[in-house]
Design a protein around this ligand. Structure first.
Ligand SMILES: C[S@@+](CC[C@H](N)C(=O)[O-])C[C@H]1O[C@@H](n2cnc3c(N)ncnc32)[C@H](O)[C@@H]1O
Length: 288
């Protein structure tokens, strides 16, 4: 386990501006830690860095000989068609250094993602074990970014697509469905995180779902399972309704704004229940 990565996800992440939330940060940690423990080698890639909030978490998972590839238009913001974020190369580099990332293992590519070819990535950092997509939010851009991820993904790799099914960014979903209909490799969704859809090769779906299900931290955030993309997949996001009961409102508030406190409360409650259970069983047995 990388303690630097863990520390960044719990604390350091909050000092970097961006859109990388606690539940998805846990997904990134779980997935890359699992890959490292099981010698599932490869690079990490992100399209859309802004100030590097999620990219740093990926870079902190790198092991000896592994490299990261970050793509952002940076100073060419006139190409940022939907004004989603504002990449800043200087800030990304400063934030990477402050988090303790070795910059010699990182390639920053300042071109629009549509100009980056699979050979650019495969030739410099090799196949990706985690490919995060959070760049342009237009339909064609998302569709092209997913195609780039598909062509550079290792067999055991994971794609994380930001803002999927989010009403503010309908084109992200349109881009996903356009790509999904024409994809040439058996890559399928395996989980909805907080604000990201996670995909992998069909052959790895069961093991990644087991990994996610085994997380003590994620368990209290699980909302339901749904049928999607040909499989049953877990959903770790919930919309609060105006008629939600006060207790539910409080729980959702804690989940959203104090996720670690909430997860700790649930864990403590589980331990207390388990302790009480033998006493209750003994009392029941005594009555019979
Ligand atoms: C929402 S922000 C990324 C947030 C970031 N992942 C984080 O952790 O906070 C989107 C980024 O994508 C970049 N971008 C927009 N269109 C792009 C394109 N066509 N190619 C590459 N980068 C793009 C923007 O400059 C911006 O930095």
């Amino acid at each position: 386990m990388s303690s630097a990565q863990r520390q960044y996800i719990l604390q350091g992440r909050k000092k970097v501006r961006g859109w990388f939330y606690r539940v998805d940060a846990e997904f990134f940690f779980l997935l890359t830690d699992y890959q490292n423990r099981n010698a599932l080698d490869g690079s990490v890639v992100e399209i859309g860095l802004h100030h590097g909030q999620s990219f740093i978490a990926l870079c902190l998972s790198l092991r000896e000989g592994q490299r990261a590839y970050g793509i952002d238009i940076f100073e060419q913001q006139s190409l940022n068609g939907d004004r989603s974020g504002h990449g800043d190369r200087g800030r990304v580099e400063r934030n990477l250094r402050a988090a303790g990332v070795d910059l010699s293992a990182v390639v920053l590519d300042g071109r629009p993602s549509g100009s980056v070819t699979p050979a650019d990535i495969l030739g410099t950092v090799g196949a990706a074990r985690l490919f995060s997509i959070d760049g342009g939010h237009q339909r064609e851009v998302v569709c092209e970014d997913l195609a780039l991820a598909e062509k550079t993904l290792a067999q055991h790799g994971v794609v994380a697509l930001d803002d999927f099914l989010r009403p503010e960014w309908p084109d992200v979903s349109a881009g996903y469905f356009a790509w999904f209909a024409q994809r040439s490799r058996p890559i399928v969704p395996f989980a909805f995180g907080f604000n990201k859809l996670y995909l992998c090769y069909q052959s790895h779906l069961a093991r990644y779902q087991e990994l996610i299900a085994s997380s003590e931290f994620l368990r209290p955030f699980l909302c339901k399972h749904c049928s999607f993309g040909g499989s049953q997949i877990p959903v770790y996001q919930k919309f609060l309704q105006p008629d939600s009961q006060p207790q539910e409102r409080w729980l959702e508030y804690l989940k959203l704004y104090h996720p670690d406190f909430y997860a700790t409360c649930v864990a403590v409650r589980r331990v207390l229940r388990r302790r009480r259970e033998p006493r209750r069983t003994a009392a029941r047995d005594a009555l019979h």
